[in-house]
Write a protein that binds this ligand. Structure first.
Ligand SMILES: Nc1ncnc2c1ncn2[C@@H]1O[C@H](COP(=O)(O)OP(=O)(O)OP(=O)(O)O)[C@@H](O)[C@H]1O
Length: 316
């Protein structure tokens, strides 16, 4: 369990994290989303004691990270590329870290196997690709078989097999009762990995809810209905809060009624429906709606002349 209480971080005049309070519960995967510069990495760094809060507090299983006698056994973290001795092999690197916590070499071999690094364990980490470096970082996070895993952009640089592997790893760890907190900019991946989402924008929490609620919370139930009697069905469904759109001769989009209500009305009026499909909003759409106005660094239009990343106006 990770608990943040009115946690803030200032860098000079810049408030990177602004009085956030949240808990990350064990037994599920909690995704941490937000635009560039929203404060995700800063929050994660404060959890593991790499940054000191300007105000408020954050604890893991009731204690600040530094208060844990063997932190690696309590919390495993993959944060931005850490300094490594580039001339060391992956195995030597892992053994050196393991030694600080009396973790046996047997466990080093296990995590090498688990992270798919067996073939390159003897190679110098200086020659590692981005993806291999990520796998090594995850191997470090797993070394102490910790109760809590914090992974900042774990799929960054990974190939599709690696992305799938991280997803399965996160899900397995959560299923084993562990606390899993991960950030990613890959919405499609987050949608199939996370159970719960915390969304941050300009240092403040803008959503903290189960993923279905985040995705479903911003739209009315919508279904696509196919029938040979489209005009009749439209008449039967017409009501104040229902929006009906004829998509083609036999297809209607119905916003404001769920599938059960539509099917019940069709049955009552003797109209045959031969297809009824809920139209689900994607996580990406929900995320864009949630973080509208929270984006600090906005891309220019791709239609116009090439534009570099620009800083939008400060909010009052
Ligand atoms: N060491 C630092 N010194 C000064 N400002 C910093 C420092 N670290 C972060 N910031 C600023 O704090 C804000 C939050 O940054 P942070 O890296 O936590 O965002 P993020 O959500 O992780 O972004 P990204 O998705 O781009 O990784 C940004 O405006 C950033 O420029």
């Amino acid at each position: 369990m990770i608990t943040a209480e009115v946690l803030s971080k200032d860098y000079g005049a810049k408030r990177a994290v602004d009085s956030v309070s949240f808990t990350v519960a064990p037994g599920k995967v909690t995704g941490f989303l937000g635009p560039n510069g929203a404060g995700k990495s800063t929050t994660m760094r404060m959890i593991v004691g790499l940054d000191r809060p300007s105000a408020g507090s954050v604890s893991v299983n009731g204690r600040r990270y530094a208060e844990h006698a063997a932190p690696l056994r309590e919390v495993g973290a993959l944060l931005e590329a850490k300094s490594m001795h580039k001339s060391r092999s992956a195995r030597t690197h892992l053994r050196a870290i393991a030694a600080t916590h009396s973790i046996p070499n047997r466990r080093v071999d296990e995590v090498i196997e688990l992270t798919g690094l067996a073939g390159v364990a003897a190679k110098k980490v200086g020659g590692f690709s981005l993806g291999m470096g990520q796998r090594l970082g995850i191997a470090v996070a797993l070394l102490g078989d910790p109760q809590t895993l914090i992974l900042d952009e774990p799929v960054n640089g990974l190939d599709p097999e690696g992305v799938l592997w991280v997803r399965n790893l996160a899900r397995q760890q959560a299923a084993a009762g562990k606390t899993v907190f991960l950030s990613s900019h890959l919405m499609s991946e987050m949608a199939v990995t996370a159970d719960h989402l915390i969304v941050i924008g300009r240092g403040r929490i803008v959503a903290d809810a189960p993923i279905e609620q985040v995705i479903g919370g911003h739209n009315v139930p919508t279904c696509k209905v196919k029938t040979d009697a489209a005009p009749e069905l439209m008449n039967a469904l017409a009501a104040a809060n229902v929006q009906l759109t004829r998509l083609d001769a036999e297809t209607i989009e119905v916003a404001g009624l769920d599938g059960r209500a539509i099917a019940t009305r069709a049955l009552e009026t003797g109209i045959l429906i031969h297809e009824l499909t809920p139209v689900l909003q994607s996580l990406e759409q929900a995320y864009m709606a949630l973080t509208q106005g929270e984006v600090e660094y906005q891309s220019g239009s791709t239609d116009g002349p090439a534009e570099t990343i620009k800083e939008s106006q400060e909010q009052p």
